[in-house]
Design a protein around this ligand. Sequence first.
Ligand code: F6P
Length: 324
Amino acid sequence: MIKKIGVFTSGGDAPGMNAAIRAVVRTAAFYEREVVGIRHGFQGLIDNDIVPLDSKSVRNILARGGTILKSARCMDFHTKEGRAKAYENLKNAEVDALVCIGGNGSFTGLTTFYKEFGIPCVGLPGTIDNDLFGTDFTLGYDTATNTVVDCVDNLRDTASSHNRLFFVEVMGRDSGFIALRTAVATGAMGVILPEENATFDELSNSIERANINKKTSNIVIVSEGNKLGTPYEIAAQVRQKFPEMDIKVTILGHLQRGGKPSCYDRVLASKLGVEAVEALLNGKTDIMVGVVENKTVHTFLGQAIQNSAPINHELMRISKILSI
Ligand code: F6P
């Protein structure tokens, strides 16, 4: 019987994490269960940084970016001693189950912990990267891509005023979901993804075509983790081949992780928060809750982290057709 649930956020923060914390706490209250928040992710489990949460303590956080519980990437949890300490703290706090809001790395720690100590646990996908198998959307992805679109629209204004080519680096670590979606949404001339072997020749062909078509502004979205190089390296190569062109580089960086969650992310967080608690109360464990084709689904954590989330080849084709 689960009486007390521990909730925490882990890894890179993502807009919508607060909305998910709220949903977990309120659903538990609805079913008359207690909730504690674990601060700073897995580090808080090891350091016993555990605070009580109730319906009132999650008032007015639905619309806030970041995470009120703080987040961290925790090296100590990679050790058996760290995990044993975490288990001891959870036992002392009488926590019977865990909800972890995080990404790939966090779920790796979570499933290991479950296998070692048997505390029921559910993962709720929270990362701007959208790189988890078993969900069409991760929390924060929609908001982050909207932020990128706003920034690139602004760059477009200045790019076309000066007839410039911009290389814009977006996040994603080693997956190109943010890059591909925002390339289509901003009408980018090109997109360089980690999942594809983009070549410099392809890029120069696109630039030549844009020059022939007398385009006055050009945007190339460069994903983190791509194989062609950093946007500075790519820009340097392009400058050599097209010395007459005015080329700039913009790295959007952590701007993409902040800000209030979009309507989509708030609704997703609310759905998944309810589902996570109900799944635990129905005896489910070692799973991630996600949405596939608008339906809530469960995927074993091991699968969510091992199977790679496929890139949308149709969107890639669309991006190519429309960039002429
Ligand atoms: O996983 C989310 C993410 O924002 C990636 O897109 C990025 O590569 C990474 O985290 C940056 O991590 P940090 O904020 O720890 O430097």
